[in-house]
Write a new protein. Structure first.
Length: 149
């Protein structure tokens, strides 16, 4: 038997997911992964939506609604910005944030694929090791990102 709190939570969850789908529809109707990165305002919109999509995807135990190519386009854009402007701390921070969201996306996609039986235990273990290595490398980058030898 659901309590009033459970009913309210489920109602909020359904409402959240309907907002997620509506935002997804608007973004994908108006933009591609490349065109959304062409203006600062659009980059802020996609960064907001990516965080929203990751949260909803992980909370539901599923994958993100937005395809990985969107996360990758965002990460690549900020990686280029950080490379082209090495002294711009804002660019470096955005690069780190975008990279962390891409890794989180890969984790969500991997967990969702295991949950649906798309991955064998061996394939899952292999990809977990690869993601662990990727996270370790990213951790090293974070540790040294703002040191100046």
């Amino acid at each position: 038997m659901l309590t009033a709190y459970d009913q309210e939570f489920l109602g909020d969850w359904v409402n959240l997911l309907s907002h997620q789908r509506a935002a997804h529809q608007i973004i994908t109707d108006l933009f591609t992964p490349q065109t959304i990165m062409q203006s600062e305002t659009h980059r802020k919109i996609i960064s907001w939506y990516i965080r929203f999509d990751l949260f909803a995807g992980m909370m539901s135990g599923g994958k993100t609604v937005l395809g990985r190519e969107w996360f990758d386009a965002c990460a690549e854009f900020y990686k280029r910005q950080a490379r082209d402007k090495p002294n711009d701390f804002g660019a470096r921070f955005e690069d780190m944030f975008a990279t962390s969201r891409l890794i989180a996306t890969d984790i969500a996609l991997l967990l969702a694929s295991k949950g649906t039986g798309e991955k064998s235990d061996e394939q899952f273990a292999y990809e977990v090791r690869a993601l662990t290595d990727q996270m370790d490398d990213f951790g090293q980058q974070l540790d040294t990102a703002f040191t100046d030898p």
